[in-house]
Design a protein around this ligand. Structure first.
Ligand code: KG4
Ligand code: ZN
Length: 329
């Protein structure tokens, strides 16, 4: 089954053709990052306008790169939410139009389920599965007791971890998006600054805004010039300690067989190393990290999960709308 997947939830216009949820026939991502970097963050109105300009070109390119005719596509998958309303809307209109014109099923997808099922490109997923979702908009521990069944065990009470990386980078004078810059600087950093540990009511929830404020205060109060590498190191270790500790707890409370990392921050080199700590108490735990090419937003991951969703009967009609606050399936 060849699925044409469209993803426009934020600032990437992306179209991919994926066969049977595993084989990527093409994966085109047109990033708007250079436009938004000038503003230090994504400007929603600008993002939706660029999606309108790019969507047909990216679609044509994806079909061509897959060496197919559009008539050979069996279904169209689309990110219905969460994301920016205007951006989501552009992709949804495109997908609905294609589904109607070519008379093929429409499969609406939750963006985060795409990040989770991106791991299907490297490993067979086994259940019960725990996904640590770390992106610019989400930080969640999601338990899948069985295929395509999502239960949120804990989530952030304020900022998402990627958002915290980006905000901390901003106060350090680094370009947007700041996550990769902090990742790089921290490699040359050492233990020098102390940052507070965060507390949440539910032990599986996360909080990052206190950590972000602590970094800001440290910069403002410090009389000498800040050593950027050391500050990046301190912030990153504090944020990742929080994530690893809570993931360990979630694994110990549930009979987890398989652990997967998901979302843009899964590209973080230190986090990719530190997930191995989960093996210390659980030597039999299967661990999968997504390949770098499908950590940040893309449409191949939407095509991967859409194949599973389709088998679970997920279909959209022409009345569905973009939903920025969409709940899991
Ligand atoms: O999943 P994603 O592409 O978009 C959302 O759905 O939010 O994630 C983007 C986030 C940004 O906050 C970016 O700074 C972060 O992922 N990110 C990183 C790294 N690469 C991307 N954060 C830390 N280290 C990285 N290497
Ligand atoms: Zn994402």
């Amino acid at each position: 089954m060849k699925i044409c997947a469209i993803e426009t939830s934020c600032d990437e216009t992306a179209v991919a053709i994926v066969e049977d949820g595993h084989t990527v026939l093409s994966n085109i991502v047109s990033s708007q990052i250079n436009t938004h970097a000038a503003f230090g963050g994504v400007i929603p109105e600008v993002a939706s306008r660029i999606h309108i300009e790019n969507i047909s070109i990216v679609l044509e390119e994806a079909i061509k790169a897959a060496n197919l005719k559009i008539e050979e596509i069996d279904a169209f998958a689309i990110t219905q939410g969460p994301g920016l309303i205007g951006s989501l809307h552009v992709g949804l209109i495109a997908a609905k139009t294609l589904s109607w014109y070519y008379d093929k099923p429409l499969i609406p997808i939750h963006h985060i389920t795409g990040h989770i099922y991106a791991n299907q490109f490297v490993d067979k997923l086994e259940y019960p599965l725990l996904a640590l979702v770390v992106s610019g908009g989400h930080t969640e521990l999601v338990l899948l007791k069985e295929e395509y069944h999502f239960e949120i065990l804990g989530s952030t009470q304020d900022d998402a971890i990627g958002e915290a990386y980006d905000k901390v980078a901003r106060v350090m004078g680094l370009p947007y998006p700041g996550g990769p810059h902090i990742d790089r600087l921290a490699k040359d950093g050492k233990k020098n600054y102390r940052l507070p540990k965060v507390k949440t009511q539910n032990p599986l929830d996360f909080s990052f805004s206190g950590l972000k404020s602590a970094v800001l205060q440290l910069i403002q109060k410090n009389k000498e010039e800040i050593i950027k590498e050391d500050l990046a190191f301190a912030f990153q270790e504090a944020a990742l300690n929080e994530i690893i500790e809570k993931t360990k707890l979630a694994i110990s409370l549930n009979k987890v067989k398989h652990f997967v990392l998901a979302g843009g921050v899964a590209a973080n080199s230190r986090l990719r190393e530190r997930v191995n700590e989960l093996k210390i108490d659980n030597p039999d735990l299967k661990i999968t990290i997504p390949p770098m090419w499908c950590c940040t937003d893309n449409a191949a991951m939407i095509g991967a999960v859409a194949y599973v969703a389709y088998q679970h009967g997920v279909r959209g009609d022409l009345d569905i709308s973009a939903n920025p606050g969409l709940d899991y399936a």
